[in-house]
Design a protein around this ligand. Structure first.
Ligand code: SF4
Length: 124
């Protein structure tokens, strides 16, 4: 049996979690301690088996009153896909106007998420 300490990042409480798990024959979480709600153990299991993250970045805007629009993923993506998704975000250019919540890139790098705008950009 192995042990790992992680800080839960689901909410700002940041509960310190102690996780007991087995790696053979397959990774299996045995016990999680230190959580103050049910989301902690679920997150710990996800973090050990397939860690997920959300991304925030910027996309270039053509003919806008700002040259960039802030964006984020509309859901978490597998941590190992972050580089591919960031590459797609960096190479994208959109045309003004851009509205908050508008999907600017659908399923980047083949993931299930979309890249959405988090601010308005008006035409220049
Ligand atoms: S265990 Fe629950 S309360 Fe603690 S950080 Fe995670 S989500 Fe927040």
């Amino acid at each position: 049996m192995k042990r790992k300490e992680l800080t839960c990042i689901v909410c700002p409480n940041g509960c310190p979690l102690e996780i007991e798990f087995e790696e053979e024959p397959a990774l299996k979480v045995i016990e999680v301690q230190g959580h103050t709600c049910d989301k902690g153990p679920k997150w710990a299991e996800q973090e050990l088996t397939n860690p997920m993250r959300t991304i925030a970045s910027n996309v270039s805007v053509k003919n806008g009153d700002f040259p960039l629009v802030s964006v984020r993923t509309d859901g978490p993506i597998p941590k190992q896909r972050i580089f591919d998704v960031m590459t797609e975000i960096r190479s994208a250019t959109v045309k003004a106007p851009v509205a908050i919540g508008q999907v600017l890139i659908k399923n980047p790098a083949g993931t299930d998420c979309n890249i959405i705008a988090t601010r308005h950009v008006n035409p220049a």
